[in-house]
Design a binder for this molecule. Structure first.
Ligand SMILES: *[C@@H]1O[C@H](CO)[C@@H](O)[C@H](O)[C@H]1NC(C)=O
Ligand SMILES: *[C@@H]1O[C@H](CO)[C@@H](O)[C@H](O)[C@H]1NC(C)=O
Ligand SMILES: *[C@@H]1O[C@H](CO)[C@@H](O)[C@H](O)[C@H]1NC(C)=O
Ligand SMILES: *[C@@H]1O[C@H](CO)[C@@H](O)[C@H](O)[C@H]1NC(C)=O
Ligand SMILES: *[C@@H]1O[C@H](CO)[C@@H](O)[C@H](O)[C@H]1NC(C)=O
Ligand SMILES: *[C@@H]1O[C@H](CO)[C@@H](O)[C@H](O)[C@H]1NC(C)=O
Ligand SMILES: *[C@@H]1O[C@H](CO)[C@@H](O)[C@H](O)[C@H]1NC(C)=O
Ligand SMILES: *[C@@H]1O[C@H](CO)[C@@H](O)[C@H](O)[C@H]1NC(C)=O
Ligand SMILES: *[C@@H]1O[C@H](CO)[C@@H](O)[C@H](O)[C@H]1NC(C)=O
Ligand SMILES: *[C@@H]1O[C@H](CO)[C@@H](O)[C@H](O)[C@H]1NC(C)=O
Ligand SMILES: *[C@@H]1O[C@H](CO)[C@@H](O)[C@H](O)[C@H]1NC(C)=O
Length: 505
């Protein structure tokens, strides 16, 4: 209780301790963004306290913490307007937030010599600050934590995270509102499973609140938007959602270790650990094997934003704009169809709706695995569904289609796709701890669209762990420069199109 309330207090304090320039600029008439506010004052919910006391059978005054005020969640600003669908207006502003750019590519440098010296031999090399605490670590010297973004990098990363939390909150509610109990039952879901979706939506309200606070409060945070979804059936909804939560989770793994604020990274991780569970649960609801990989991968922020933007139709006028890049869209024409008994049997274009997370469409009767009660060939919701026929395989020909840059995407169609790469020559496969290339072949163009083919590589993370599996990422690049998990964002100037979520397993 004490722990919880001190964290909450720390966050409120951090929010109110935001530099005055931030708060005043956000509310002053010179701000490019309209005023945005939400209740932040902690309060005691006396009905809830009374209910706790009644259940326990002792006075509330004897229950530690019962009289401690609780911070409210940031509620959606567009509650009640449950409209969804595409945006058809004209943007009032276009493009990413920018300032002076000092170069076009981050230089390649040798390792920091300080990082090659430590001798890991089981011995302690420096005096301990206190007994039982080895020397070193960041933020371990007693300095009071400040739970607030500390740089443009931090701010834009957490702002992207907040955009992601808001769509998840809307999406989980929307799934519950869209389908009947009978439709959920047919897909293998029980009433308890449906309650789990509701609970996951509640988690998103908490995550949106945390990230709003880490952004410094209303002056830095952004409200919820209006969304456009590509699904029409329960299986499609879960397939879309396991893809959307995959890039939400991987988007954070891509930047959290790079944040200036260790405090922000700490609390962010504690929300993304939950997000990771959500992603796995939506795989289970879609009848996919819950986790066919040993490691979850990370992607750069601009990749996450490229994947997310097509599903945001419009945002309120007081929204904050992002600095990340939207790359030209990439599509796998023969995306494995997870709703099929044999995922690769469908051929081309077996997806519903639109965008980089377009779900597998429901296949013709007799070829689908939803409700197919045969072990190994069933994709009804389940704790684990073994797939006797793997969704993809190394050596598979993967057919690709990609757009040229310059297309309006995202909220109010107000961002524009761009690339600084030359013509693409490689497909970059980002999965587990690996980023590996395959040659892009048979490149053609027709009617402003580009086409090509590649062969799914056969690479392993460690022996016994094929790297390319699960819901993973591909992008087209103009070079095959080596990147690893911690420097992957350096590839962005070389990305010609994508990323796209490939359903490898
Ligand atoms: C404690 O560590 C922080 C960086 O984490 C540093 O800025 C600060 O100077 C350190 N304080 C002391 C007293 O060493
Ligand atoms: C986006 O469109 C909506 C709906 O038309 C509008 O209310 C909002 O002000 C627009 N947002 C921006 C940033 O222009
Ligand atoms: C699955 O479909 C592919 C494509 O039609 C086919 O090559 C493969 O043999 C099928 N696998 C099984 C086990 O039927
Ligand atoms: C798949 O879609 C692409 C364009 O998006 C089109 O060129 C192709 O003909 C389609 N293929 C089939 C089999 O429908
Ligand atoms: C699946 O089949 C098994 C064995 O045939 C049967 O016991 C079970 O009740 C079936 N389950 C469902 C959900 O139909
Ligand atoms: C699970 O699927 C694998 C193929 O991925 C197969 O080798 C194995 O026999 C299956 N196990 C069960 C229990 O169905
Ligand atoms: C993915 O992992 C599953 C579960 O281990 C396995 O059955 C399948 O063959 C793997 N797929 C690929 C493409 O390696
Ligand atoms: C690639 O193009 C060559 C001719 O340029 C053609 O022979 C081959 O069939 C094509 N491969 C695929 C997989 O489309
Ligand atoms: C995959 O990642 C592992 C762990 O970082 C590394 O040891 C291995 O060399 C990588 N493999 C490829 C093909 O990139
Ligand atoms: C990069 O491409 C070149 C030429 O296609 C090839 O020789 C080299 O092995 C590739 N390197 C990587 C890391 O894929
Ligand atoms: C990224 O890091 C790897 C080592 O993990 C290094 O081999 C590679 O050269 C780096 N790439 C760039 C472009 O700096």
């Amino acid at each position: 209780m004490l722990f919880k309330s001190s964290i909450a207090a720390g966050l409120i304090a951090a929010a109110s301790a935001a530099p005055t320039t931030t708060t005043t600029s956000a509310s002053s008439s010179s701000s490019p963004f309209g005023a945005y506010s939400y209740p932040q004052e902690p309060s005691v919910n006396s009905a809830s306290v009374a209910s706790v006391a009644s259940f326990a059978g002792i006075p509330a005054s004897e229950i530690p913490g019962a009289d401690v005020p609780v911070a409210p969640i940031v509620s959606s600003q567009v509650t009640g307007t449950t409209s969804h669908g595409p945006y058809s207006g004209t943007p009032t502003t276009t493009g990413a937030v920018t300032t002076t750019a000092l170069g076009s590519e981050i230089p390649v440098l040798p390792p920091n010599p300080k990082e090659t010296g430590y001798v890991p031999n089981g011995l302690l090399h420096d005096p301990q600050p206190v007994p039982y605490q080895p020397a070193g670590g960041l933020g371990t010297n007693g300095t009071e934590p400040v739970y607030r973004v500390q740089s443009d990098f931090d701010y834009e990363s957490i702002l992207l995270g907040l955009y992601q939390e808001w769509i998840e909150l809307d999406l989980f509610h929307n799934i519950l509102a869209t389908f009947s109990e009978a439709e959920f039952t047919a897909a293998g879901l029980t009433p308890s499973d449906r309650f789990l979706i509701e609970f996951m939506a509640d988690q998103e309200a908490g995550h949106a609140t945390l990230l709003s606070n880490l952004l410094g409060g209303p002056g830095g945070a952004t409200p919820q938007c209006t969304y456009n979804y590509p699904f029409t059936t329960v299986h499609e909804a879960f397939d879309f959602t396991q893809k959307l939560t995959r890039f939400g989770e991987s988007g954070v793994w891509g930047f959290q270790a790079h944040l200036d604020s260790r405090e922000v990274a700490q609390l962010l991780d504690q929300s993304i650990a939950t997000e990771a569970r959500q992603q796995m649960i939506f795989r289970q609801f879609a009848g996919l094997f819950p986790m066919p990989v040993w490691f979850e991968t990370g992607i750069p922020q601009s990749w996450a934003w490229t994947l997310l933007a097509p599903y945001i139709s419009s945002c309120p006028s007081n929204s904050k704009r992002l600095a990340w890049q939207n790359f030209p869209a990439l599509t796998v024409l023969n995306q494995p169809n997870s709703a099929r008994i044999n995922a690769t049997q469908g051929g081309l274009n077996e997806t519903a709706g639109f965008g980089p997370a377009a779900p597998s469409s429901d296949p013709p009767a007799g070829q689908g695995c939803v409700g197919n009660n045969v072990t190994g060939f069933d994709c009804s919701a389940g704790v684990s569904q073994n797939r006797s026929i793997a969704l993809s395989y190394p050596g598979r020909k993967v057919y690709l289609e990609w757009e040229n840059p310059g297309k309006a995407v995202g909220p109010n169609n107000s961002y524009v796709t761009s690339t600084s790469a030359q013509a693409p020559q490689f497909v970059l496969w980002v999965s587990q701890l690996n980023a590996t290339y395959s040659p892009l072949m048979n490149i053609t163009s027709m009617d402003g669209m580009n086409y090509g083919m590649t062969i799914q590589p056969d690479v392993s993370t460690y022996e016994g762990d094929p790297a390319i599996n699960g819901t993973m990422f591909i992008a087209l690049t103009d070079a095959n420069i080596t990147y690893t998990a911690f420097n992957l964002s350096g590839v962005n100037p070389h990305v010609a199109a994508g990323p796209f979520l490939y359903q490898a397993g």
